[in-house]
Design a binder for this molecule. Structure first.
Ligand code: SAJ
Length: 425
């Protein structure tokens, strides 16, 4: 019998895996976290978090200080294995399960009778039962008989992860009732929310349905913005008033849908059952077209300005985070630069970005237009009078309905707001 040094092995130490590993460790379990990035392993063992999440540093130091958490680059023999690795899309919008399958192959070599394996990564419906179980059985153990296997999706919101990872209700689905029960007991070690047991495929579908609900509803808001622009009404006032209805919850239009979940997960359903997932595919296409519409509006506003320059406010995919993964701002930058517009980017939340960042005044200096792409809270207190004096012409396009347009207009700006008075085709 192989000596078991750890109770839980968490494979993947990203924005889900690291908080999860630290939670298990600070609730009395001996945990080894595994990551393929040596820099991540070194940082975590030194108590330094690479995940910029409020409270993560303190939780990690508590976990490391307790002696219950260590990070390594290889899977270690444990009682429980948790897979929390990314599942991105291929260029043709197919699920890329490479990381999950590699993690499961590493685990299968260590599997012993009585072990539990939990998949947290977002996967297409049926993956745990039909793809992962057989892969884990390659050394002869039988899923459900020799080891238990369950799917436990995560639904934390970046920025509030450490509260939500404990308080959110959870869905956990096993390949059989015993697997469900064992996984529920594991997460009950730190989860205060209600835990709902089901089967693995249902749990996979629950996760995908949550994010697809959001993506489709954002696409509805974006389509209403286009219609409102052409009808000649203010979509933000329409949404605000429609949401006074006790059962209406229209989402918010924007320059597109970013992050590495909302724009990704719906494609898992489209890929699984393409002939049925028509609305879901259309929603994705509507949202993916938003950055191009923003570029078109900016170019319209710039007209024939010689050597135009745009100041972009915000590059993160959503307010008050420092993450640009899938950010629509990246598409806007590309589209403007391809059209010959010089672009300077200012984002107070970005510590490191793929291009030199301008400070606020550098960004606005000699600009012909400012485009707000991310509604970071800092932008609401910008001084239009000071910034206006730096610009060549005072144009502002607010794609998030974030600014006080009247205040900017009083400072001499021509202000356009996405979905208000500007025809979005
Ligand atoms: N967005 C809009 N309009 C809206 C809401 C969002 O344009 O009304 C945009 C945001 O600006 C952003 C993108 O959509 O670019 C995604 O934003 P988000 O608020 O959905 O945030 P995420 O992706 O960080 O978190 C989502 C959450 N899922 C749901 O709310 C159903 C979170 O609970 C999940 O855990 C997370 O995806 C995930 O990792 O799956």
């Amino acid at each position: 019998m192989t000596e078991v040094s750890f109770q839980v092995c968490v494979v993947g130490l990203g924005y889900i895996g690291l908080p999860t590993a630290a939670m298990f460790a600070t609730h009395g379990l001996r945990v080894v976290g595994v990551d393929t990035d040596p820099a991540v392993v070194v940082a975590i063992n030194g108590g330094d978090t690479h995940i910029l999440e409020p409270g993560m540093g303190a939780l990690l130091r508590e976990a490391i200080g307790s002696g219950n958490l260590t990070a390594q680059s290889e899977v270690q023999t444990s009682d429980v294995y948790v897979v929390a690795v990314p599942t991105p899309l291929t260029p043709d919008h197919r699920p890329d399960l490479g990381n999950v399958l590699a993690a499961c192959r590493s685990i299968s070599r260590h599997l012993c009778p009585g072990n539990l394996v939990v998949i947290q990564s977002t996967v297409p419906p049926g993956t745990t039962l039909r793809t992962i179980a057989p892969l884990l059985e390659e050394y002869g153990l039988r899923a459900g008989e020799d080891f238990t296997l369950a799917y436990c999706p995560e639904r934390v919101l970046p920025g509030t992860i450490l509260r939500e990872i404990v308080e959110n209700d959870r869905t956990i689905g096993g390949i059989d009732a015993t697997s469900t029960g064992r996984a529920v007991d594991l997460y009950a070690s730190f989860v205060s929310g209600s835990i709902y047991g089901t089967d693995a495929t249902t749990a996979e579908m629950v996760k995908l349905s949550e994010n697809t609900f959001r993506d489709v509803n954002i696409s509805l808001a974006n389509e209403l913005a286009r219609i409102a622009s052409q009808v000649g009404v203010d979509v933000w006032q329409v949404i605000d008033m429609a949401n006074r209805h006790p059962r209406v919850n229209l989402h918010r239009p924007g320059p597109g849908v970013g992050g590495h979940c909302i724009p990704v997960d719906p494609w898992f359903l489209v890929d699984a059952v393409p002939e049925a997932a028509r609305l879901i595919r259309t929603g994705r296409e509507v949202n993916d077209a938003q950055p191009g519409l923003v570029v078109k509006v900016v170019l319209d506003l710039l007209g024939h300005t010689p050597h135009p320059k745009a100041a972009l406010l915000g590059v993160a995919y959503k307010a008050d985070v420092d993450d640009t993964r899938g950010s629509p701002a990246l598409d806007v930058i590309y589209g403007l630069e391809v059209a010959g517009v010089a672009v300077s980017v200012h984002d107070p939340h970005m510590r490191q970005f793929m291009r030199p960042q301008a400070d606020l005044e550098q960004a606005f200096r000699d600009a012909d237009i400012a485009v707000l792409l991310t509604d970071h809270r800092e932008f609401q207190s910008l001084d239009p009078y000071r910034l206006g004096t730096l610009m060549r012409s005072r144009n502002m396009l607010d794609t998030r309905h974030c600014l006080d347009a009247d205040r900017w207009r009083k400072a001499g700006f021509h202000v356009d707001v996405l979905g208000v008075g500007r025809v979005l085709r």
